[in-house]
Design a protein around this ligand. Structure first.
Ligand code: ADP
Ligand code: MG
Length: 725
């Protein structure tokens, strides 16, 4: 970094020693800090309207936000009922607008002085006198020149989030902009390029100096866009570099345990299965086999839609490991799922002479010590548990493989914890929730990916219907009909989150209602989130043994539960679930050769037929937008069965900052990139990261100096990314 940029912020014109303290208090210490303090938003022509236009919108029923640029033409403080109210009248050449404040009046009186220009934003309402009014608007002050410039030349005005400490030192919207102009004028030439020239050139990136200038004061949206692209590119580049470095480190860790495939026991096992493996399953198994025999540590992600048969792939892998006299551990996201795996796997391998253990909270002392004995004595055991198993102080005898089921429920952090338990442990992580490619690349960039693209052949597509609540009686008779044919049904109610008591009550109410009416003569079980896992297990067991025909669940039925005779799932208040949840729930049925049905029930307003996907959100209130999104989600799940396609839609609907799993996954906060929209940049940056490391594996070359520095500086708190230890 050029020395100039590390100078104190006080040397910037109009900062000076006096304001220096305030800047330092908010973390802006150096000139560089200031240069990289980017606007939080821009005054954007596309959402600014003249007052007369705003009036027209509101009269036509628009309920959303608007931004208006206007000049203060008067203000008054009115007292009523012992309280005060401030009204400010703002004008543009087409009309006037009233802004009102109920508190902070003394402060706002000082801000909204006669003849000052502001950009105010908020949701205008129509007063009974027929003019527009905004209560407590967001506002940004503009100076006269800026207003002229904006109106006449189309210049873009940046707005900065100005911390309170700065405001207290009299630095407001446009004094901050003035300071930014000064720092750019005098110091932007000292900004050194952080990326090597060939990367800049081959990916057509803006140079860093120009980028910084354009982030602050772009001359056009095109310039702003290029600057943002550069910021996004660099941000995601570091992440890819970290993933690749981590992957390389694992790969270089040579002496991994070599696990060989002994065909005889495997053949024997496959012959005991009631079905043939699909091509996709065989393909994945051959990829896993290559890994295990390679002498390098396997780090593989196994992706496959719900019901595609991932468990059996994992089990075969564990059997292979076991015949090599190594232990495997299988981690499930919940205890009930772990216990289901234990039951099923015990049954499947009963002829194979492989010890199997399960460790769960709530086991009796005797049970637990018996299990621990297996774990500590048998170097070929299969061990099942939840992630509590990695936290617990267990001495594995000879751990050779870790399998993580439903990876999306675990974070990146836990993944490395597991790896750190055994030395040179192979890892197989399985994800049932299909996620978009861009996210896979980012979240699992350090893993090799196998995808099961094909469903077992005996499957029929689950028929999905979206229905209004008034159809419930008909749906219940349909369920009765399926039951009379020996099939079973789930009835799901969304989670009531308010309190334990309410959930319990809601569960019992639904249960009693149905028990006393439509299902009086039918065996109905109840499962809810307030039960302990072993209580849930009792209910699930009875359902599996067909002692119940219908299972009512107030909480989401655990992912991965596998009851082949269940052919109907009725999901109440389906609008309250997300796409991936609905898809997961639907995956509870359609697990055999019988035709299955998923019935989504919601209030009639969500099931109305005429629904267009290209709604114009700008004319809707946030509540209306949410409703539209719910409708889109529901009809997407109704029409589309492919989990990967659904995940793309889900991803788009959610938008930036609200992406499933990124928070829990331990990803660093991504400031610029939008994982759902920037697929191209993400892919480019991945290529660039690979190019950089190919040319300079340890980032030792001079041209990569800045990259190395940024990596170790900005990502030091994410060590778990760069090292598996
Ligand atoms: P998921 O991938 O969602 O974890 P599971 O592994 O639970 O799916 O498999 C779903 C069901 O399909 C199980 O009952 C399993 O026994 C069965 N299954 C797995 N592979 C096949 C296959 N090749 N043919 C038929 N059924 C299969
Ligand atoms: Mg599963």
């Amino acid at each position: 970094m050029s020395a100039h940029l590390s100078y104190s912020v006080q040397y910037v014109k109009s900062v000076g020693p006096k304001r220096r303290k305030a800047f330092e208090d908010v973390g802006i210490n150096t000139i560089k800090d200031l240069l990289f303090y980017f606007p939080s938003k821009y005054l954007d022509r596309s959402n600014i309207v003249k007052i007369s236009k705003a009036l027209e919108y509101i009269q036509n029923g628009y309920e959303g936000e608007l931004t208006i640029i206007a000049k203060v033409s008067g203000s008054e403080v009115i007292r009523y009922h012992k309280k005060s109210l401030m009204k400010v009248k703002l004008k543009d050449e087409t009309g006037y607008l009233e802004c009102i404040w109920f508190h902070g009046i003394r402060f706002f009186k000082d801000v909204f002085k006669q003849d000052r220009h502001f950009a105010v934003s908020g949701k205008p309402v129509l007063t009974r006198y027929g003019h527009l009014q905004i209560a407590h608007p967001d506002y940004d002050r503009l100076d006269d020149d800026e207003t002229d410039e904006f109106i006449n030349t189309g210049k873009i005005i940046p707005f900065y989030r100005i911390p309170k400490k700065l405001k207290e030192s009299n630095i407001g919207d446009f004094s901050f902009r003035r300071i930014i102009r000064n720092v750019l004028e005098n110091y932007s030439t000292y900004i050194e390029e952080s990326l090597p020239a060939e990367i800049i050139n081959s990916f057509h990136l803006l140079k860093l100096g120009e980028t910084v200038a354009n982030m602050h004061l772009p001359n056009s949206y095109k310039e702003l866009e290029s600057a943002r692209t550069r910021m996004k590119f660099e941000e995601i580049l570091y992440l890819h570099l970290l993933m690749l470095l981590r992957k390389k480190r694992i790969a270089n860790d040579a002496n991994a345990n070599i696990i060989k495939v002994f065909p005889a026991p495997l053949k024997y096992f496959l012959n005991t299965l009631p079905f043939e493996l699909t091509h996709a399953q065989l393909q994945v198994l051959s990829e896993i086999r290559k890994d295990l025999e390679s002498g390098k540590i396997m780090n593989r992600l196994l992706q496959g839609d719900v019901g595609s048969g991932k468990t059996i792939v994992a089990l075969i892998t564990m059997i292979i490991v076991s015949t090599n006299a190594y232990q495997s551990v299988l981690l499930a996201p919940t205890e009930i799922l772990a216990s289901q795996h234990y039951t099923n796997i015990s049954r499947l391998i009963k002829d194979l002479d492989i010890p199997i253990a399960i460790l769960l909270g709530g086991q009796s002392k005797k049970q637990r010590s018996a299990m621990i004995e297996i774990i500590e004595k048998n170097n070929n055991a299969i061990i099942i548990g939840t992630h509590a198993l990695i936290e617990a102080n267990i001495n594995f005898k000879r751990l050779g493989l870790g399998v993580i089921d439903e990876q999306h429920r675990f974070g990146v952090l836990q993944r490395s914890k597991l790896i750190s338990k055994g030395i040179n442990t192979h890892t197989l992580v399985m994800s049932a929730t299909p996620i978009p490619r861009t996210l896979t690349m980012t979240l699992y960039g350090d893993l090799d990916v196998s995808i099961i693209k094909e469903m077992p052949q005996n499957r029929r597509q689950t028929k999905t219907y979206l229905r209004g609540e008034n159809k419930l009686p008909k749906i219940y008779s349909f369920i009765r009909k399926r039951i009379s044919l020996g099939e079973q049904a789930y009835i799901v109610y969304p989670l009531v989150e308010e309190s334990d008591k309410i959930e319990l009550k809601a569960a019992e109410t639904h249960y009693n209602e149905l028990k006393n009416s439509f299902f009086a003569d039918i065996r109905v079980g109840l499962i809810h989130g307030k039960m302990k896992w072993y209580e849930k297990e009792v209910v699930m067991d009875r359902f599996a043994r067909k002692e119940y025909d219908v299972l009512i669940s107030t909480t989401v039925i655990e992912v991965g539960i596998d009851i082949p005779d269940a052919t109907v799932i009725l999901i109440n208040d389906a609008d309250r679930f997300g796409i991936s949840q609905l898809h997961q729930l639907r995956g509870r049925v359609g697990r055999s050769d019988k035709q299955s049905y998923c019935i989504l029930v919601a209030k009639e307003e969500f099931t109305a037929r005429q629904m267009s996907l290209d709604f114009k959100s700008e004319y809707l209130s946030p509540l209306q937008v949410e409703k539209q999104k719910s409708k889109i989600r529901l009809s997407a799940v109704e029409k589309i069965i492919d989990g990967f396609k659904l995940s793309e839609i889900d991803f788009k609907l959610r938008g930036p900052g609200d992406i499933f799993g990124t928070k829990q996954s331990g990803l660093p906060e991504l400031k610029y990139i939008d994982l759902s929209a920037d697929a191209e940049i993400i892919a480019d940056a991945k290529k660039a990261a690979a190019n950089i490391l190919e040319d300079d594996p340890d980032l030792c070359k001079e041209k990569n100096f800045m990259i190395k520095q940024n990596l170790s500086k900005d990502y030091s708190s994410h060590k778990n990314f760069s090292s598996t230890a």
